[in-house]
Design a protein around this ligand. Structure first.
Ligand SMILES: [Zn+2]
Ligand SMILES: [Zn+2]
Length: 142
């Protein structure tokens, strides 16, 4: 990974943890996972967010696909849905600067139960614009 990308990811980690108020849950575990291309590693990706029936603000249901800026391959990177749900609408995130490529990450809170890792509590999928460096939250999961 290039040094610039590593520096950007450190900022995205702080942003992501703030999104799910990590500092208010000091006893829980917060997992930050950058999402990359299986071939190219951590590079900017273009997202397609497919919202499924029952998807809500704060509780996303659906699938997320990502296209690699380098090799152009598209992969499904997240699946939060079930067989009883159906696609409702698609969203292609664009930064305020007009760019569609972001460094992507997932941040999850795992509740710690008497010192042992327990249940998934909530999470967020975030991105950092590869052109202007703005961070944003795409969807929250619960
Ligand atoms: Zn690639
Ligand atoms: Zn931007």
């Amino acid at each position: 990974m290039k040094r610039k990308a590593r520096y950007a990811l450190a900022g995205l980690e702080t942003f992501s943890k703030n999104c799910i108020a990590a500092e208010q849950h000091p006893n829980d575990i917060h997992l930050f996972t950058p999402i990359g291309c299986p071939v190219c590693g951590i590079v900017p990706l273009e997202l397609t967010i497919e919202h499924h029936s029952g998807s809500e603000e704060g509780n996303f249901k659906g699938m997320i696909f990502a296209r690699c800026q380098t090799c152009k391959s598209e992969e499904r990177v997240f699946c939060f849905t079930g067989e009883h749900r159906h696609p409702v609408r698609e969203e292609k995130p664009i930064c305020e600067c007009g760019n569609t490529y972001f460094l992507i990450a997932e941040c999850e809170r795992i509740e710690r139960d008497e010192g042992l890792p327990g249940f998934f509590d909530e999470g967020v999928i975030t991105g950092l614009c590869s052109r202007c460096g703005r961070s944003r939250a795409f969807v929250y999961t619960d």
